[in-house]
Design a protein around this ligand. Structure first.
Ligand SMILES: [Zn+2]
Ligand SMILES: [Zn+2]
Length: 349
């Protein structure tokens, strides 16, 4: 098969011919039809994700057709159209059995601890438990756009932060995951402030329905502006980037009893932020919530909202590329000039 293989961190992956994956008994092999390119691929590429071992195939926002099933697979057949969460729970442990496979101790992560979707075929482990069947109305590219960013943002705002209609939400970082959060928050009936330093990203945020967009470079203390605009602070604030500055600004933007939700993945130096805000967390009685991915069991309510048209994912897709152009897609994250989601939709060239 053709694949985009990373041989050295920080260098362009090579588009090359390699052996097809072998299908294990509890696995399926998917023929890729679409795969998103996400900021966490950028972390994997740059070497800042300790889970990634070389040589490696990245890509974790995928959709395609089942090409082969292992002998133990009961719920799916060759030809089924599917997508899958990037965190593959074992399906057996108590966390998986209670719908919490994102914290499964035996989890495999597609495109990080195991090979991902920047290839013509990929093996999906624990497939009966993790695969999600695509409704006929949902195309592969839209399903890939749902990927890690939309599903993560959906679970973050619904299940974790419990965002309510009419509440104010601040989104720090309007890249793929931030714009996903904006789209979902609007569908949930919240009022949204999108914050970034990239004018393209702010434009995208406005297009997706953000009520207010702010260029944080124009304010000495962006959180102060957010607190003034919302009469005392937002109810929920998202750090969609995972760096100290957005984390601190997010916490400072909250009103009393507010909820900060950490969606952006902190890596490298950003993994150690100072908790100089402990006094705020105490005095304003804030909640600091972590979130990562979404279990396959969470997909049905998101799929219903997409099917009803209240979440329009097509508006998130800004670029479609060939598998050989993965480097081009990754380079945008380094420049912080991304707006919307890039999808790989041609895997043979
Ligand atoms: Zn991702
Ligand atoms: Zn498990």
């Amino acid at each position: 098969m053709k694949a985009s293989v990373l041989h050295k961190f920080g260098t362009p992956p090579t588009f090359e011919e390699i052996a097809d994956p072998v299908c294990g008994p509890n696995s399926v092999v998917i023929e890729l039809k679409a795969c998103g390119v996400c900021r966490s691929d950028y972390h994997a590429w740059s070497g800042s994700d300790p889970d990634v071992k070389l040589p490696h195939i990245m890509g974790h926002e995928l959709a395609g057709i089942i090409a082969e099933t292992g002998s133990g697979i009961k719920r799916f057949s060759v030809g089924d159209h599917v997508t899958v969460p990037f965190i593959l729970g074992c399906g057996i442990c108590s966390d998986c059995q209670t719908g919490n496979s994102t914290i499964c101790d035996k989890q495999k992560t597609i495109g990080f601890t195991v090979s991902g979707g920047f290839a013509q075929f990929v093996e999906i482990y624990f497939a009966d438990f993790n695969l999600v069947r695509l409704p006929c109305s949902l195309g592969f590219e839209t399903a890939a756009a749902m990927g890690c960013r939309v599903t993560t943002a959906f679970r973050a705002l619904t299940d974790r932060a419990c965002l309510l209609p009419g509440e104010w939400l601040a989104v720090y970082g309007c890249g793929g995951i931030g714009t996903s959060a904006i789209l979902i928050a609007k569908a949930l009936g919240a009022k949204v402030i999108g914050i970034d330093i990239n004018s393209l990203a702010l434009e995208k945020a406005r297009d997706l329905g953000a009520d207010i967009v702010l260029d944080s470079a124009k304010f000495p203390n962006i959180w102060q502006e957010v607190r003034e605009l919302t009469n005392g602070g937002v109810h929920v604030s998202v750090d969609a980037l995972g760096i100290e500055e957005t984390f601190q600004n997010s916490i400072r933007s909250l009103r009393k009893l507010g909820r900060h939700i950490q969606i952006g993945m902190p890596t490298g130096n950003n993994a150690n932020v100072s908790l100089a805000l402990l006094d705020l967390i105490y005095s304003r009685q804030l909640k600091v919530i972590g979130t990562r991915g979404m279990a396959s069991s969470g997909f049905s309510s998101l799929l219903t909202m997409i099917d009803e048209g209240s979440i329009k994912l097509d508006s998130l897709i800004s670029k479609k590329l060939k598998l050989s152009q993965v480097s081009e897609a990754l380079s945008q994250f380094g420049k912080r000039s991304e707006a919307g989601i890039t999808i790989i939709n041609n895997f043979s060239m």
